[in-house]
Design a protein around this ligand. Structure first.
Ligand code: SF4
Length: 448
């Protein structure tokens, strides 16, 4: 059971220094107890207290890492039922399945094809993360060869799937450096699979028929010292799986049941006869708590909507997406190129930069930090005021790059032009269009 806020408070320094971003130790303790703060935010916790607190303040659903290095992928670690209560942290992993009897040539082709599914969106690289290698018939050597090839030659994390412990062992030995997820411990092999995962330090999926049976297996594995578990309730029918997913999320969060406090793995690939239906099921599972969804294949038209859905669900609703403040060059601008300024709300940046690119007029785009607020909102909040924008233009370094003194401001912020001219004596403050879609014509007309 986790500690209460008062129990946590007794272990804190009680200096109310505020360095954790919260004014008092008591408030910090309360936030820690409810999963709204991280223990690492307080730099003054003693080692002894840290030991006691780290277990108590761990997220009710364990964070499990699959893979190693730069492309290590984390699932679980969630603290709320609904995104609006705080945020969801670790996006659902998207996996596609490969049978171990695939030829090396076909495997190469598949991995290249899947690896090409990468999309740039709001400055992020969206892509699937995992390949599930499924044993095609207990051929340990063939399974190990395919596991090695995927681990060594692709950027995908790996899930090793077999009913035979020795086959999984062969695959794990060939790909252990990539920290694959082993699938799965069942009531029939729990000790052997538990020992294998423990020996190798690998995460382990646990499969049972129903949630209760699952909890008893995870208790057994926890007793063996295993912590990184991933749950499969065995359901392959939509209604039952949906129910299981909700029960597995609720149990640790609402009832403190640590036996079910692990992320889940789900298999739309075993629940539908075509990829479109699998995609619909996957979409439900991304919204309803799956740690991993395994599809039968990746196709752009199925994958892209899932990636976007996932992006939308796994962004912090209390923190707008931003781009870094600075000078952005669009189309190789020179000292005579126009200068535009706008805010660092990422959507604003991507729309404005896209329209400038479309105009084919090389520009300097100045992005000012307004804490992720759009032009209208930041202007209303006083963050995009004339003196603030003027000060930013003076300090950002654009004056070293241009031979003129003219800046284009968004039409919605027209009222700041006077203040800006006071802050920037000798500058010409030009009011741009209100709608970014009119920028190409505006820039082309000015270029003439
Ligand atoms: S940083 Fe630590 S000591 Fe300071 S107020 Fe926060 S919890 Fe208390």
């Amino acid at each position: 059971m986790g500690l209460t806020g008062i129990q946590i408070f007794k272990l804190l320094p009680k200096t109310n220094c505020g360095e954790c971003g919260i004014p008092t130790c008591l408030a910090f303790a309360m936030n820690l107890a409810s999963g709204k703060a991280e223990l690492d935010s307080c730099p003054y916790v003693s080692d002894e207290a840290r030991e006691q607190l780290s277990e108590a303040s761990a997220p009710p659903i364990r964070q499990v890492t699959i893979g190693a290095g730069e492309r290590a992928f984390r699932i679980g670690g969630e603290t709320v039922m609904f995104r609006h209560e705080k945020t969801f942290y670790n996006p659902t992993g998207l996996a596609a399945i490969i049978s171990s009897d695939i030829t090396p040539e076909d495997l190469d082709k598949k991995l290249k094809e899947w690896n090409a599914f990468q999309y740039e969106r709001v400055g992020l690289n969206l892509r699937p993360e995992l390949v599930a290698l499924k044993d095609a018939g207990g051929n340990g050597a063939g399974f190990a060869t395919a596991a090695k090839k995927i681990a060594e030659e692709s950027e995908f994390g790996l899930i090793l799937m077999s009913d035979h412990v020795e086959t999984i062992r062969a695959g794990a030995e060939a790909s252990a450096f990539k920290k694959p997820l082993l699938y799965a411990a069942t009531s029939g092999n729990v000790e052997e699979m538990g020992n294998l995962a423990k020996e190798r330090g690998l995460p382990l999926a646990v499969k049972a028929e129903g949630v209760e049976a699952l909890a008893s297996l995870t208790d057994q594995l926890a007793g063996m010292g295993l912590k990184d578990l991933v749950l499969d309730s065995g359901a392959r029918e939509i209604k039952q799986l949906f129910e299981d997913q909700v029960v597995i999320r609720r149990a640790p969060l609402k009832a403190g049941n640590r036996s079910l406090g692990f992320p889940t793995i789900t298999f739309p690939c075993e629940m539908a006869s075509n990829l479109d239906m699998e995609t619909l099921i996957a979409s439900m599972l991304i919204a309803k708590y799956a740690g991993i969804v395994v599809l039968s294949d990746f196709k752009g038209e199925n994958l892209f909507p899932l990636l976007l859905q996932r992006l939308n669900l796994f962004t912090d609703p209390q923190r707008p997406m931003t781009v870094t403040q600075g000078i952005y060059e669009i189309g190789a601008p020179d000292e005579n190129s126009p200068v535009c300024v706008t805010t660092n709300f990422s959507l604003t940046y991507f729309i404005v930069s896209g329209e400038i690119e479309a105009s084919r007029v090389p520009c300097w785009l100045l992005i000012m930090d307004t804490e992720g607020l759009s032009v209208m909102t930041s202007w209303a909040a006083g963050k995009f005021s004339g003196d603030a924008v003027g000060m930013f233009i003076k300090k950002c370094g654009i004056t070293d790059k241009i031979a003129h003194k003219s800046v284009i401001i968004p039409g919605y912020a027209a009222s700041i032009s006077g203040e800006m001219e006071e802050e920037l004596p000798g500058w010409d403050v030009v009011i741009g269009p209100r709608d970014a879609s009119l920028l190409p014509k505006f820039l082309k007309d000015r270029a003439k």
